[in-house]
Design a protein around this ligand. Structure first.
Ligand SMILES: [Fe+2]
Ligand SMILES: [Fe+2]
Length: 281
């Protein structure tokens, strides 16, 4: 695992950067999430570091790389989000602030165990997405803006790469002894995962609806009909591809480390490790 520093030009990306507008806008809504969540994740991990047993040296190293990767992710998403919000979506900043306040509330009022279970839930979504962005959503991204694709593929590939880190911290701290393995290792982990999903999907849903409402203001009947078809295609994709993969996260023997690596994922990441002159050649 290493930290990569992509150079992506967001300046010309349109909000409707994929032929399926519903897909593009769902990703745009999702892109708001890393801005508040990933800096918060970093804080939670820094806190957890103090409680990690002394023999977890490798995990400590992975946590440092994880923190480096996440700090690049949210910076890149903020640049992307700025370009999108300026195209007629000023209220996105309010949603982002509200989410940041919720997370700050967790720091004040909830336990480290809760925050790590939430963090693992968030990370398990990234691991699912990482698996899907490579080879399983080709139809949805065909003809889309390559710069937007680069942001998502790079981020989701790194999410796949560091998918085990939060899972391992959580287990190292709380999944000890038979009772700890059953209660914390399974039930409480699932609780954190469901909590994160409901919480974050709530925000994504509200932001998506807001963006779509803004779009609808300038759509004619034909465009609205095409948009309806986009929504249907997106729902079909979620039912057939995303949800079956997601359900695996709830199995008692779930271990993100055993997920098979999607073909081409690490080769793709290597492109972001090249020096600028190599990348241009
Ligand atoms: Fe990330
Ligand atoms: Fe992550």
């Amino acid at each position: 695992m290493i930290v990569r520093y992509p150079r992506i030009d967001y300046s010309k990306i349109r909000a409707h950067w994929a032929p399926n507008i519903a897909f593009a806008q769902l990703q745009n809504a999702t892109s708001i999430i890393p801005g508040p969540v990933e800096p918060w994740l970093i804080k939670v991990l820094q806190k957890a570091m103090d409680f990690l047993p002394a023999d977890k040296e490798k995990l400590r190293e992975d946590m440092a790389t994880f923190i480096g990767q996440e700090s690049q992710h949210f910076r890149q998403h903020r640049m992307f989000n700025k370009v999108i919000a300026a195209q007629g979506y000023p209220a996105l900043a309010g949603f982002e602030k509200q989410l940041a306040d919720d997370l700050e509330g967790f720091c004040q009022n909830r336990s480290l165990k809760f925050m790590l279970a939430y963090a693992d839930g968030f990370e398990s979504l990234g691991a699912v997405q990482g698996g899907i962005w490579f080879g399983r959503m080709d139809k949805l991204i065909e003809g889309a803006d390559p710069n937007a694709i680069a942001l998502w593929k790079w981020h989701m590939a790194e999410e796949f790469e560091h998918r085990e880190v939060c899972f391992q911290i959580y287990h190292a701290l709380y999944s000890r002894g038979l009772w700890g393995k059953i209660w914390n290792g399974y039930f409480y982990r699932i609780y954190g995962c469901l909590y994160a999903m409901v919480h974050l999907w709530g925000y994504m849903g509200r932001m998506f609806s807001y963006m779509i409402q803004q779009d609808m203001l300038s759509m004619n009947a034909e465009e609205q009909a095409a948009f309806g078809r986009d929504i249907k295609a997106l729902k079909r994709f979620q039912t057939r591809v995303f949800f079956p993969q997601l359900l695996k996260n709830f199995l008692p023997w779930y271990n993100p480390g055993r997920k098979p690596t999607p073909v081409g994922l690490f080769e793709y990441l290597r492109e972001f490790e090249k020096r600028p002159q190599e990348a241009e050649a």
